[in-house]
Design a protein around this ligand. Structure first.
Ligand code: ADP
Ligand code: MG
Length: 252
């Protein structure tokens, strides 16, 4: 078991953000977490990343308690997180240099990563000169370059247009299949969750508790238009209270 959350609760003063959340992520597994805004999804990722600690409960990664950030658990956010004063190559090389790689080797690896992410030829560009989709590719390169075992994604494609988002979902799936890292991805896009994940966890409105966990047994690459996918979409939307099940009224 690579990641294990044991009865995690998180309070901010009188506010309970998360309550008794337990789940695990096996090596290389892709987990998606969906739930209404404010239900504690970002808080959950911050706890796994070690940027904050739970009020009660324990996060374990490869058995060891998580109490601080580590490069084996990399967090990618929705908003641009690139260093604006560095070009794309230097942005990707940064983590490698911080990890102690000689500069020339770090730069070479960064160029290889940019090529792999479809950004060959953009090495010298600065973050403000590229589109949001390109910036998110670089953000992925930045963290994947240091070979994390677990990728934590907080609505990483949430601010992108629909077409760009589909392209990045394909790219993420390809990298995940090739490199074998685990993923915990928070998304408000139900189709994105169903397209990519091995399991979808649905959280309740706040405080966030696990409402249900749905294993997604569809083979990859998945087809968003096929009946089993559509059935699953309807099921997740029903759990979220957005679409009633047949013969059932809205939950909330
Ligand atoms: P989500 O990502 O699902 O929208 P968040 O994890 O950002 O939700 O927030 C969950 C709840 O916890 C919200 O009510 C939010 O206001 C609260 N919260 C999050 N971080 C803090 C913080 N550092 N201090 C106080 N309250 C916080
Ligand atoms: Mg959030």
């Amino acid at each position: 078991m690579s990641l294990e959350l044991q009865s995690i609760s998180k309070h901010f003063g009188a506010l309970t953000a998360l309550e008794e959340v337990s789940f695990h992520c096996t090596e290389g597994e892709f987990i998606a977490v969906v739930g209404p805004s404010g239900c504690g999804k970002s808080t959950l990722l911050r706890l796994i990343a070690g940027l904050d600690i739970p009020t009660t409960g324990l996060v374990r990664f490869h058995q060891a308690p998580v109490r601080q950030p580590g490069s084996e658990r990399a967090l990618v956010l929705q908003d641009r997180v690139l260093y604006p004063w560095l070009n794309l190559e230097a942005n990707v090389a940064m983590g490698l240099e911080l990890a102690g790689k000689p500069r020339s080797q770090a730069r070479q690896e960064a160029r290889d990563w940019l090529a792999r992410l479809g950004l060959a030829g953009f090495e010298e560009y600065y973050p403000h000169q590229v589109s949001g989709g390109m910036a998110q590719r670089v953000a992925l390169g930045q963290v994947l370059a240091v070979k994390p075992k677990l990728l934590l994604l907080d609505e990483p494609f949430g601010s992108l247009d629909a077409l760009t988002r589909l392209g990045l979902q394909e790219l993420l799936q390809k990298l995940w299949q090739e490199l074998g890292f685990g993923v915990v991805m928070v998304t408000h896009d139900v189709d994105e969750a169903l397209y990519l994940a091995d399991r979808v966890i649905v959280l309740t409105p706040h405080p966030g508790r696990i409402m249900t966990t749905l294993p997604i047994y569809l083979s990859r690459p998945r087809n968003r238009d096929e009946a089993p996918f559509i059935t699953l979409r309807r099921e997740v939307l029903a759990w979220l209270g957005i679409q009633p099940r047949e013969g059932e009224h809205r939950r909330w």
